[in-house]
Design a protein around this ligand. Structure first.
Ligand code: GDP
Ligand code: IMO
Ligand code: MG
Length: 430
């Protein structure tokens, strides 16, 4: 029996939320291990839509424990807001089904402000972040001046921690022409939010170790996608955390041996939100059609997602950087009705053929995709729940993707609805 890690294998928004929700029926514990409320995971259950940013997607199933691991950056106000919003939708949330790592770093208002100030100042060079303060919060974590969940408990020590943090931030803010942050005001804000967050605080490494020894099934829920990984993504157009599957161990306090199966979530075409290279982007009616049929608007910021053909070269690469054992291919239905489909199988760079994305920003901007064209299908695959319901050309497309990315398809998704999912290999049993 394996614990399963679900990670995005493109630039995010591959449908991780839907698949984690579907798989969580087979799990006992669902753990977020990186990122923050830059994530937007959408679940559709019997027509009811749930949008999650910080809470693990297991939260909607009664009897499952949801855990926010130490690798996540937690905005306590966003967390409280999301808990209230979900309660309003009838989801019960208490310490019985939600824990937050005591050693997780907090995102403060000064982080989201700084994120916004930098993006504005960068003009055309902006990353296109979600402006949620993710990058600045991770900077403070590695700068060893962050305020963590557990610090909310020891108010007498908070003053010194705030002073240390603000000696850095107020110097920075003076340089940027932003007003300084008042230490007392920040202290008051933290003291006000503390009693709402502390009931969920826990030693997550210890909790997960207990669950592991008791034989619980643990499902790790990644945010973003491998191409947004701080090391392995399209730097600098990336997020500020490690997104690849290895982070599931570091970001939760379990060893790498706790990870059994890595499921990569892959969209049947490609999308990206924000700036940065995107070799198969279609700035034409193809991209427009994918965006319309796929409802490609960001869950968090509402921004229009950039759309393009499936890039097998990229996914072949992320299968390796995340150690993916099988993929869940999502949004196949969005391709219904295309007469022909294109798949990128490699690139041309300065006249030479290469089979992977080069590491440098300049080369990434220069690569030209090499396409294979395949036949599309006119029948609908939307809502298909068995392999036999798929038209022959759709089956061929899926099989061809498997060959090109050198990895099998374990699950197939044919609509936003939880149960419109076809299982080929059970990741928990493989
Ligand atoms: P995540 O960030 O990876 O969880 O993905 P998002 O939730 O941001 O974006 C995926 C979107 O596609 C959501 O609106 C889902 O409801 C939707 N979705 C997921 N799977 C499918 C599918 O197989 N077909 C269609 N048409 N939509 C899907
Ligand atoms: P889910 O989990 C898609 C992108 C932003 C920007 C870059 C850096 O829903 O797949 P950040 O705010 O993290 O500093 O922004 O990363 N980004 C995402 N794109 N899906 C996400 O999450 C993303 N989270 C961040 O658009 O380009
Ligand atoms: Mg998303």
């Amino acid at each position: 029996m394996a614990n399963v890690v679900v990670v995005g294998a493109q630039w995010g928004d591959e449908g991780k939320g839907k698949i984690v929700d579907w798989l969580s029926e087979r799990a006992d514990v669902v753990v977020r291990f990186q990122g923050g409320h830059n994530a937007g995971h959408t679940l559709v259950i019997d027509g009811k839509v749930f949008k999650l940013s910080l809470l693990p997607s297991g939260i909607v199933r009664p009897g499952k424990l949801s855990v926010i691991g130490n690798g996540v950056v937690v905005d306590p106000w966003a967390l409280c807001g999301e808990i209230e919003r979900l309660r309003g939708q009838g989801v019960e949330i208490s310490r019985d089904n939600l824990r937050v790592a005591e050693n997780a770093v907090l995102i403060l208002p000064l982080h989201s402000e700084l994120d916004g100030i930098r993006e504005e100042a960068a003009g055309k060079g902006a990353i296109g972040t979600t402006r949620r303060g993710i990058g600045p919060a991770y900077e403070d974590k590695v700068g060893r001046r962050a305020i963590r969940v557990m610090d909310l408990e020891r108010v007498e020590e908070l003053e010194g921690k705030i002073a240390r943090l603000l000696s850095h931030h107020n110097a920075l803010r003076r340089g940027l022409g932003a007003p300084e942050v008042d230490p007392q005001a920040l202290h008051d804000e933290l003291c006000a939010v503390a009693p709402k967050v502390l009931p969920y605080a826990d030693s997550v490494w210890m909790l997960l170790d207990e669950h592991r020894r008791a034989g619980s099934r643990i499902l790790f829920e990644g945010a973003q996608g491998a191409l947004l990984d701080i090391d392995h993504g399209t730097y600098p157009y990336v997020t500020s955390s490690n997104v690849v599957a290895g982070q599931a161990a570091t970001g939760s306090g379990l060893g790498p041996g706790a990870i059994g199966y890595v499921l990569g979530i892959v969209k049947a075409y490609t999308t990206r939100v924000g700036a940065g290279p995107f070799p198969t982007e279609q700035l034409n009616e193809v991209g427009q059609r994918l965006g319309e049929r796929g409802h490609e608007f960001g869950t968090v910021t509402g921004r229009k997602r950039r759309c393009g053909w499936f890039d097998a070269a990229l996914v072949r690469q992320t299968v390796k950087t995340s150690g993916i054992n099988g993929i869940a291919l999502t949004k196949l239905d969005v391709l219904d009705g295309f007469e022909e489909l294109k798949l990128c199988v490699g690139y041309r760079l300065d006249g030479k053929r290469i089979d992977h994305l080069p590491a440098s920003e300049a080369a990434q901007a220069r690569v030209e995709p090499i396409y294979e064209t395949v036949e599309g299908w006119s029948q609908s695959t939307q809502g298909a729940r068995s392999w036999a319901d798929l038209p022959a050309q759709a089956v061929k497309y899926v099989r061809h993707i498997e060959e090109l990315i050198e990895c099998p398809v374990a699950l197939l998704s044919t609509s936003p609805e939880r149960d419109d999912t076809i299982l080929m290999t059970d990741p928990f049993e493989d």
